[in-house]
Design a protein around this ligand. Sequence first.
Ligand code: SI3
Length: 288
Amino acid sequence: MKGLYTALMCSFDEKGKINEKGLREIVRHNIQESQIDGLYVNGSTGENFLISTEDKKRIFEIVKDEVGDQVKLIAQVGSLNIDEAVELAQFTTDLGYDAISAVTPFYYKFNFEEVKDYYNTILESVDNDLIIYSIPALTGVNMNLEQFGELFENEKIIGVKFTAPDFFLLERIRHAFPDKLIYSGFDEMLLSASVLNIDGAIGSTFNVNGKRARQIMELSAEGKMEEARKVQKETNDLIAAVLDNGLYQTIKEMLKFKGIDAGHCRKPMRELKEEEVGRARQIAEKYM
Ligand code: SI3
């Protein structure tokens, strides 16, 4: 399960319905062009928190059907509705997903015992491995080393998608749990995480920048730090421009520039203005 995973985008039409043809094209682009090791399906980048259970299931089905066994698949099933999380965990395990992942429960101020119970409840219902999705800036859930350790006591919890700029905690987790998988979640910090010996990364920008992400990981592993820094700098020029223009909308527009039917984002995400579409195309022309 090590390696680079694209946090997969989904293509939606103007009305917010799944555009199956576009979704399949995005999947193929990631495998053939970005050359990733796997896909992280229905995460933040997949606009998971904006869609119905039925749509989540359909996306899981289409992606598995398009991928077969070509690359690894991780299903993000986390939900504030624990029944939905369990249902999706069972559904994707039956479909043959290699692992499931679940965002920490958010919005309400759950205490750690509640967070732990959430993960154990999901896992009691399936015969699959789970990767914790930790993204404190969006969930407000900050776990410390001891708490990660308590979650890791469940052997079916095999790792964490660590989307935080806390390299002190990242190093402590790496050191304390050498057998657990750590995936870096912030693409702009990939090199900094790589030097701490992570097992892989999961990122939205790999939809359009997968090859550079791989170079960063490989150059870092080979100790070629000057070259690695150069590629991270280029990557960060791209990411800064994308963030400035509208993250997911701009990545979709960049994919469209490459002939992929990446469609629209779902409301309440906005449409790009004409000049922003122009900027997205310029970013694609420069970096893809
Ligand atoms: O679940 C997911 O879609 C992700 O893996 C998200 C990933 O961590 C991205 N985070 C968010 C909130 O989109 C990053 O790849 C992020 O977009 C990128 O580093 C730019 O900041």
